[in-house]
Ligand binder design. Sequence first.
Ligand code: PLP
Length: 428
Amino acid sequence: MNTHNSISLFEKACELIPGGVNSPVRAFKSVGLKPHFIKSGKGCRIVDEDGNEFIDYVCSWGPLILGHCHPEVLDSLARVMRDGTSFGAPTKREIEMAEIICSMIPSIEMVRLVSSGTEATMSAIRLARGFTGRDMIIKFSGCYHGHSDSLLARAGSGAATFSIPDSLGVPSCVVEQTLVAPYNDLDATREKFELCPDRIAAIIVEPVAGNMGVVPPSPGFLQGLRKLCDEYASVLIFDEVMTGFRVSKGGAQELYGITPDLTCLGKVIGGGLPVAAFGGSRKIMECLAPVGGVYQAGTLSGNPLAVAAGLATLKTLMRDDPYHDLEQKSARLENGIRNILDKNKIKNKINRVGSMMSVFFHPGPIENYDQVLSSDKQKFNRFFASMLEQGIYLAPSAFEAWFISTAHSIDDIDLTIKCAQDSLDEYV
Ligand SMILES: *Cc1c(COP(=O)(O)O)cnc(C)c1O
């Protein structure tokens, strides 16, 4: 594959932008390769600056559930753009967006729009702290909630109770307020509460973990979190930035039948433009300024273009209800790849919830971050490189989700399975 243009663009980018990228995972470092610079996308396909075409399973890391350049999203953008790109004043479309979000996710009575998932989770945490008058929060190792200080924490060594920062520049006094438990471990979570019963403002959790690869909640896990939060008067925050409008119309909370106090949304709700949101019960949400004392703001929050793209996406999803179809296509991909791996006697565990899935080179089960980390990264990297060479663009890390969009056809799925077959014959 000719990658001449991408390579020279990357060299130039590295002179001007740290690591050549505006978000670290794009750099392909984890798979030991150089990134392709993408020129365009249409449907489920993207084309790089050397003219190579790929079937895209990154889909902008989740937002593009309708694929690239969906006509209704583009039309809406073109129409709205002519009236102006930003006002910093309320607009009618923001109400429409709020109505749709509240109607599709019943636990959300009021919602506020922001511009990134990071802002949504950061603001939800501040709100939970303001509402409860408490400082500490619980998160789970392997769950990603954006890059704000208090959420960049993992459990240190297994026994550590108080966390160490995951990044330089994060004050330890901030991260000390963040307790980290293993995903799917209710007992460990309960122990945190028992340790500081009156100090925990909130639990924040990805109801289906998607940022350590896909790890579904074990039966009873989310129910148990709900009960703990009720028992200790803490706020349960579902970070549905990835799962919202992805795993079902009403998100993971609909799929598993659990009602959180606050929900964070992002990715799909912007249809490829920067929109995110957080919302929940009126009682909690009215603690936000200008009604209440918890401050939160944004110059471009509810931006007309971003909201237009989001609205077009959500309306299309409501009208077409593609979730059954997405499930079937995704199951076909899962089964096809598992058959090939099994036939080749390669130990594998495929985790999938709806149209997000991950292939782990590991015998399974994969229920928490430690198990994720013990999967065979080298094998994944060889598989990744070979798939890329054949025109299949997977997320460039063993610990990420693949996303299937409504634009992927059965033929695209079958071609992907065939490429996986060829990859394994040659490389793994
Ligand atoms: C992507 C993601 C975020 C961060 O969103 P950004 O828009 O990248 O800031 C937060 N939480 C989850 C679960 C995500 O998947």
